[in-house]
Design a protein around this ligand. Structure first.
Ligand code: NI
Length: 177
């Protein structure tokens, strides 16, 4: 099975805007399949296209209910508030408590090209918000307060100075996105 290497902090692709998916065909399904494999291998519970260098608007996820993909996702609504210690596959070793809406509704296209409305509560809602951020070049660092952000940048710099392959020796969160 094909897998991608996951792009980590510092790779400009993580900050670039993505284009809408215009064609859902066999080639696209192949990319999605490789992204599922990459997500399971990481392991993570969500993976957005820019994290593997694909500048298109879609992400894959599996919070234990089987793999799914959402194409051209748009947030319809977010209600309530939920604090969760978030990790990101592109920021290996980092985890910070971040407050985001608890119940999230997203409109998207599925792999058959049909419009779907999906609702995510708590963990699933968190996955939707985190991955849609990735599609807009936003990282979880951007949700931290100034002190936390300073700490995060220090940790990332130390990783870089250690000279290791990014992520290779750094523990990842079990629920990284
Ligand atoms: Ni992430």
């Amino acid at each position: 099975m094909t897998t991608y290497s996951i792009r980590t902090f510092g790779d400009p692709v993580l900050r670039r805007p993505t284009a809408e998916v215009t064609e859902i065909d066999g080639a696209f399904a192949k990319i999605v399949g490789a992204m599922y494999e990459t997500m399971y291998e990481a392991p993570g519970v969500g993976l957005a296209a820019p994290q593997v260098g694909v500048q298109q608007q879609f992400f894959v996820y599996d919070i234990g209910e089987g793999p799914s993909v959402l194409v051209n996702p748009v947030i319809v609504s977010g209600e309530g508030e939920w604090v969760y210690e978030e990790g990101c596959l592109s920021l290996p070793g980092l985890a910070f408590e971040i407050s985001r809406p608890k119940l999230v509704t997203v409109k998207a296209i599925d792999l058959d090209g049909n419009e779907v409305i999906v609702e995510g509560d708590e963990m699933l809602g968190r996955v939707f918000l985190h991955e849609i951020d990735h599609l807009q070049g936003v990282l979880m660092l951007d949700h931290l307060d100034p002190d936390e952000r300073k700490l995060a940048m220090k940790m990332l710099r130390e990783q870089a100075f250690a000279g290791s392959v990014p992520g290779a020796a750094v523990p990842r969160s079990d629920h990284a996105l």
